[in-house]
Write a protein that binds this ligand. Structure first.
Ligand code: GLC
Length: 386
């Protein structure tokens, strides 16, 4: 490759039309990269991500990257997508192609290889699919192929790196959030009024899309256990199905809450674009999900000075400092989750102390600033050593 000068253009690729955690992180990254060092371009399909990036002044190149798995048009679409990315990379003279999702990596890895450009893979998930696939060998094989193509592999946690083949080098860069955006607020009233939650009732909450792996059903079991000891406590599940998934799980957990006699104790907000009013209103934040590759909601809650109670699995032990910023309990043990939550409900000082520690921890370890600078540095080193 010919000699390059800063700022280096980078072609970022993400297949998602909607916004998930990986897309939120990407937006923060693109918006805050030092433009004297790197010039970001985003290739993404039309949709929420492309719109949000355009609004933030990022150059967006609309690029449909349709699903390849089980698609009868997979080969044609793959070929088209690769060609589009190669042309784009040529047009912007990209110093690297950076895939932010698995699907985009399947296109970008080949576009980079054929165009002889470095390929960067930022892995945000445990598997190539969102949930554990029934058969692991295609997953293992494709991960091997993608890793073999990449000059730089970034993972959002060590837990995510542990799901990748052992024989490669991974750079773990934790997600970051803007601590000024997620500030402690003591005004939970508007949220409580909106969802008819009594202003002075203790409130336990979770935030997550209504998918089985996010664990709302476990949260309701926890609510039932707590209700037996402290009947005045209220519970709130913040989340819906924004990625237009099917609603059978939503109906199931609504029924579960009613059957548990929590009809007027357990509140469902549906999907909220901004979860800050909800986080401001709650007293204890619970993460009842399956192992999570990262779980941005946890650091959002911590930044707002909420203690976090979670299972000690996935990336949670890398995020929550046991006994300092919250409690970690044995994976799957909902009674232990309820016991830890009760302990916090009964001790306002403990809640405050853990909440404060949590914000401090986020400022140290999980700021957007740190995430952006680390990714920037890794990209510069890779490009300048090439
Ligand atoms: C993916 C993971 C989630 C993580 C996010 C950002 O959505 O499932 O755990 O927080 O990426 O890295």
């Amino acid at each position: 490759m010919s000699k390059r000068i800063r700022p280096y253009p980078i072609l970022f690729v993400d297949h998602a039309p909607a916004m998930g955690g990986a897309e939120h992180s990407l937006l923060d990254l693109l918006q805050n990269l030092d433009r004297r060092l790197l010039t970001p371009h985003l290739a993404a399909p039309a949709g929420k991500l492309a719109e949000a990036a355009t609004q933030r002044g990022i150059t967006v190149h609309l690029t449909p990257l349709p699903r390849l798995r089980r698609s009868p048009h997979a080969l044609i679409n793959w070929h088209k997508g690769i060609r589009m990315l190669m042309t784009l990379a040529d047009t912007v003279n990209a110093a690297a192609i950076y895939a932010n999702t698995v699907r985009s990596a399947v296109y970008a890895a080949l576009a980079a290889r054929l165009g002889q450009r470095p390929f960067v893979w930022h892995m945000h998930d445990f598997w190539l699919t969102e949930e554990r696939p029934s058969s692991l060998w295609p997953d293992t094989l494709l991960k091997q192929l993608l890793c073999a193509q990449a000059q730089l592999i970034i993972t959002n946690s060590k837990a995510t790196a542990d799901h990748l083949p052992p024989n490669y080098h991974y750079v773990t860069i934790y997600n970051g959030i803007d601590p000024d955006k997620f500030r402690p607020q003591n005004n939970g009233r508007p949220f409580r009024t909106r969802f008819q939650i009594p202003h002075h009732a203790p409130l336990v909450g979770m935030v997550g899309r209504l998918r089985p792996w996010k664990g709302a059903h476990r949260f309701i079991t926890l609510a039932e256990l707590i209700h037996q000891q402290m009947p005045h406590v209220h519970f709130v599940i913040v989340g819906g199905t924004p990625l237009s998934e099917d609603d059978s799980y939503t109906n199931k957990i609504h029924d579960q809450a009613v059957a548990a006699g929590l009809g007027n104790r357990c509140h469902f907000t549906g999907h909220l674009e901004d979860v800050r009013p909800a986080l401001a209103a709650i007293d204890v934040f619970v993460h009842p999900g399956d192992p999570e590759p990262f779980g941005l909601v946890n650091i959002e809650a911590m930044a707002m000075q909420k203690p976090v109670v979670a299972f000690a699995h996935g990336a949670l032990p890398e995020i929550v400092v046991e006994g300092e910023t919250g409690f970690l309990v044995p994976p799957g043990d909902v009674s232990a989750l309820a016991a830890a939550t009760l302990k916090l409900l009964q001790d306002a000082q403990l809640r405050q102390r853990m909440g404060k520690n949590g914000r401090f921890h986020v400022l140290q370890q999980f700021s957007k600033e740190r995430m952006v600078r680390q990714i920037e540095q890794n990209l510069l080193t890779m490009i300048e050593q090439a």
